[in-house]
Design a protein around this ligand. Sequence first.
Ligand code: KIV
Ligand code: ZN
Length: 518
Amino acid sequence: MTGNHVKIFDTTLRDGEQSPGCSMNLEEKLRVAAQLEAMGVDVIEAGFAIASEGDFEAVREVARQCEKATIASLSRAAPGDIDRAWEAVKVARFPRIHTFIATSPLHMRVKLRMEPTEVLEAIARTVGHARNLCPDIEWSAEDATRSEPDFLVRAVEAAIKAGATTINLPDTVGYATPETYGAMFRDVINRVPNADKAIFSTHCHNDLGLAVANSLAGVMGGARQVECTINGIGERAGNAALEEIVMALRTRHDVMPYDTGIVTTEITRASRLISAITGFQVQPNKAVVGANAFAHESGIHQDGVLKDKQTYEIMTPESVGLTANNLVMGKHSGRAAFREKLEQLGYKLSDNQFQDAFKRFKDLADAKKHVYDEDIIALVDDETLRAHDRIQVEEIEVYAGSKGQRAIVSLIIDGAEKTATSKGNGPVDALFATIRQLVPHDDATLQLYQVHAVTQGTDAQAEVTVRLEENGRTVQGTGADADTLVASARAYVNALNKLLTKRTKQAVDPAEGVRASA
Ligand code: KIV
Ligand code: ZN
């Protein structure tokens, strides 16, 4: 155990990105990694390098870009996986290989088809192989919470002996309770003779809604690294939410005297970025980052808060980087003011990006009476995150009314402009039918079309999310604009771009175990 500092290991780009609809392109991953570094995350799990060329490239580019955080790539217990992970992270200032194998009887028998002794041999061999490449090795006992305690102790001892410097005991299926999870850490740390040579880590899934509580119990049981994701995105019900863990440790320091290096004022920005990229809006009552997390509706609460904020507020909105809706500028605001606002909001744009964003800001200020910080964030994210999409929306015209609906759409596809027109049952249907005509994708079905108002009022910008599914692959696209139909076209086209990227991935699922001898 190393004092009371708890390392924050963010796996938004790996376990988070792995969940349906959450895939990100390279540019988006680099944006997220930059935000994670700005927030002071200790370890960024940038991906699963062997999964595809795209995953490899993303891990390598994140490794190149980050200066402060340790960059990890996941790998199964196979030399080929480990070599690929090392190739991707070795350019990092602080590289880490994260290798894992299942240790529960069910996973060993059904998935790995290996005897426990074979698993122990595989741990020694593969962790040793990884340690010969990289000084920082994390080893995970997949499905640790359903593993036989005696076997888990032997497996952890073997991993540390072979050179693992971090030991992760995941609750892979979200089965643990705080009591059992904390007790597992105490037991393993007490019984493993070389436990003092490694840092222990939690990794909790939220199937029973206990991921954060379990992670905190793990810390109290001796873990000094917590694996988590922004907004709790991740497989099935998701992973433990970073913002909840960090704010719980900070707010209840009296009963959990542990520190993290997280700059909490960056939390809201990180949360919004993940929502903008994935299209997964957090529920309004979500702890820490939900729209209502600091809203006081009832008269009694409002009265109390007006007298003394502490009556109903255990943490301040400012501490998580939430500032009051700032009235920004109107149509007379100039470039200097817009540049200053972008800086305040944490954006660093290139000259071209700035010019494009400024033009869109002016258009928005013409269309909308009040422009708030939220508007600027939605607009700039929309502009900068779509800049390298192969397909771009050039122009749309939509005719609606009781006589029928028709759309005319111009797209730029790989640099060439194409235009088509189509009718539909409603303006959105006409719009999407026209896009389908321009970019045929007959196997894909629309699973979700959702409109969210960025601010209040009928002139609010619309943030649209579109989810498409094709042969079991799900992607989500987002788009923002003062015109709901323009936002819809952008969201649909953004989802299509993601589908194109996904088609080229030869997806290796990390949950598929590999026999270590493979
Ligand atoms: O949930 C899990 O067990 C994992 C491991 C691969 C670390 O994500
Ligand atoms: Zn996981």
